[in-house]
Design a protein around this ligand. Structure first.
Ligand SMILES: [Zn+2]
Length: 125
């Protein structure tokens, strides 16, 4: 039994609370902005809205996407699929990594990569 939040939260719930809080904070991590800025291609018409919009290059498929359709990916994932969660120290260290470990991916490519990482994690647990 957990003592978190007066015993109302399991350790798993606490873990996901802390990791989502850190993830939210990582949006303000400067190397993330730098990564997005570097992936900028050009302003052109967004085919979906008909408006001029900044586009970004996906490092995986090479397609160009508007800002809301790209995500900054950790090349080396925050949680190593082979080792699983080790400690918050390791987690924080890997989440707030330097720009060289970050890449811009379109949502689709990011989904595929995340799924591969999840599958690899399951095989190791
Ligand atoms: Zn892509």
């Amino acid at each position: 039994m957990s003592s978190r939040n007066g015993g109302q939260w399991t350790d798993a719930r606490f873990h996901s609370f802390v990791s989502s809080t850190l993830r939210a904070g990582s949006r303000r991590w400067p190397p993330k902005y730098a990564c997005l800025a570097e992936s900028k291609t050009e302003k052109k018409i967004n085919v979906k809205t008909g408006r001029l919009a900044q586009h970004h290059l996906c490092a995986e498929c090479g397609g160009e996407f508007v800002s809301k359709d790209v995500q900054v990916d950790h090349i080396k994932p925050v949680v190593d699929p082979k080792k699983g969660f080790i400690s918050w120290d390791v987690y924080i260290d890997r989440m707030f990594c330097e720009q060289k470990n970050l890449q811009t991916l379109c949502k689709e490519c990011h989904k595929i990569k995340s799924k591969k990482e999840r599958d690899a994690r399951k095989q190791n647990t």
